[in-house]
Design a protein around this ligand. Sequence first.
Ligand code: 3PY
Ligand code: MG
Length: 260
Amino acid sequence: ATKTFSSLLKENKPIIGAAISIGSVLCAQIVARSGFEWVLIDQEHAPTSPREATNLTHAVVAASAGQCVPIIRVPSHGIEWIKWALDSGAGGVIIPMVQSRKEAEDIIQRAIYPPIGQRSFGPFLAPYADTDNSSDVGKYLSKRARDLAIMPMIESVDGIKNAEEILSVKGVTGCFIGPYDLRQSLGLAGGDGEESSFIEALEKVLEIGKRLGVHIGTVAATEVASKRKTEMGFSFLLSGQDPNFLASGAKASFQICEKG
Ligand code: 3PY
Ligand code: MG
């Protein structure tokens, strides 16, 4: 059966994902067969349409036989984005720049069915993101729809300030820290570093997540970063994205041949 994000999470070892932003079904299938346990299908920093995100979701599940879980990063908090993303059958959503309890509550209302939220009924495409040859909407509703990953992003000084309120909202299962935006908001350059304001912000969210049972993820693009973030206690990491995979592979291949 198609895995759920929560079923992948382990003690003491983060699950590794990759971002999909090229928007090609074939690229997504190649990434999904490269060992990653989850992918972030990006609508925030790539112009991925809801239909493309739906097709990519289904391609990732099919190519990995349900072992790699597609999570859609929507471009904003809007009800239509969240509705389309979840109705695709994706394993969850990542929602950028959440800065207050009210924003987190609104997201949960859009993402979860009653009685907790007010997600509108209509997951007609979702059963086909199951690997068991089912077209049964009822089965989706009774199983995967009850185990979705709903993960606000904390990536600003205000988000850090209100992290406890954001992560306490019932229905929030995880949180993805966007290091680039967070560091910009702290007045720091780049996507990683050891500055105390940055490390303290990460540690604050990790401590709250541990206490509340909310899984925390972030970016780790190098071996050093991956080791450090694993030691800090992150549950899921984002390693890189398909344009970079293509660029580094293409460059390496060119250089090998050029030497010959
Ligand atoms: C950030 O670092 O701001 C991100 O959104 C990472 O995906
Ligand atoms: Mg960001």
